[in-house]
Design a protein around this ligand. Structure first.
Ligand code: HC3
Length: 328
């Protein structure tokens, strides 16, 4: 499960997309992936790519086959979308559930917890920034594999990723969250909120853990999680979008596919309504995250500038110059 740090950072295309929300990024690689059958993000090798066809237990209620391995002729457009997005999700989800289960949900020991707690604040921030950036790189790859995403203009791809990638990381968190013990898979073992005390933002950490617990309580299946992630990413109400209508169309299609899969899984409208509420919760968490980062950067500008992953700084606007205050 050990992965390379994304900090080695291959420089990607510089975009020149004008709009204030998405212009001039170096590290957000939105070039089409050369090989869609595998994933290699800045040297991060993926978890094993499985054959996600029928009969592997992942999509027990999906009807995109007729019981044999070839796609059904009567496959609807929505079923097709479900299939594509679910496959993309599973290929880019960073950790397979079976692998985590094999790890027997090993928690950090008390002395390990103490060792995280006694780290200097800036060291813990840097560690978390690296972990979040790694997770975001998988989300970027997921986005690139969503039908229609790469057809959006470059500005809008960047706007959607800047606004939505952390939200999807938080959605994905429920896959590696143990509700019973209130722990999340972090840095090789399962960590409770106390592991993050050195960050100095207990309120945010508690809210993030509460969010994961509440999302877990919906017991979403992988296909539902995949479509919800795509739905969050394709939010048409983000500021600075240039072709809002096109994003709106994609989001509507994804919403229909999500409703379709929820119906198929016999989940009814209740889950869909609960998921709609989660969208607002995600926005609030991410804006609180930005506030914490701004406060941290004010105190430790050099740590952010020299030790944080470039992609992290780019996505969260932490690469912008801090305006010097006038003396008088
Ligand atoms: C623990 C974590 C949130 C969850 C992140 C997860 C587990 C989400 C699912 C991904 O597949 C893998 C993953 C990677 C990083 C994990 C995050 C690291 C730190 C973050 C905490 C809630 C702390 C937030 C720290 C802050 C305020 C600096 O952003």
């Amino acid at each position: 499960m050990e992965q390379n740090s994304p900090e080695g950072g291959s420089v990607s295309s510089k975009t020149d997309s004008g709009g204030e929300g998405g212009g001039g990024l170096f590290y957000l690689d939105i070039q089409p992936s050369p090989d869609q059958s595998g994933l290699d993000i800045n040297g991060i090798k993926p978890e094993p790519l499985c054959d996600y066809g029928s009969g592997n237990g992942f999509f027990p209620y999906c009807s995109f086959t007729n019981g044999d391995t070839s796609p059904s002729e009567s496959m609807t457009e929505l079923d097709h979308l479900v299939q594509i997005i679910s496959k993309s999700h599973l290929e880019t989800c960073q950790y397979l559930r079976e692998e985590l289960q094999q790890m027997s949900w090993q928690n950090f020991l008390q002395d390990e917890v103490q060792s995280y707690q006694s780290k200097p604040r800036e060291v813990m921030w840097q560690l978390c920034a690296v972990k979040i950036t790694e997770a975001i790189q998988y989300v970027v790859e997921f986005a690139k594999r969503i039908d229609g995403f790469m057809d959006l203009c470059q500005n809008d791809q960047i706007v959607l990723l800047k606004a939505g990638s952390l939200e999807v990381v938080l959605v994905r968190m429920c896959r590696v969250f143990d509700s019973q013990h209130n722990t999340v898979y972090f840095d090789g073992k399962f960590a409770g909120p106390d592991v993050f005390r050195a960050l100095g933002c207990d309120d945010l950490i508690t809210s993030v853990f509460d969010f994961a617990k509440s999302l877990c309580s919906l017991h979403l299946m992988e296909d539902e999680l995949a479509l919800f992630s795509a739905f969050v990413l394709l939010s048409a109400d983000r500021s600075w979008l240039q072709e809002k209508l096109q994003v709106e169309k994609l989001q509507q299609k994804t919403e229909l596919a999500l409703q379709h899969v929820l119906q198929k899984n016999h989940r009814g409208d209740t889950v869909m309504n609960k998921l709609r509420c989660k969208v607002a919760a995600l926005r609030s968490l991410c804006s609180r995250h930005s506030e914490k980062l701004t406060a941290f950067r004010t105190v430790y500008p050099d740590v952010v500038r020299t030790h944080f992953p470039p992609l992290y700084k780019e996505l969260f606007g932490a690469d912008l110059e801090v305006t010097p205050q006038a003396d008088d």
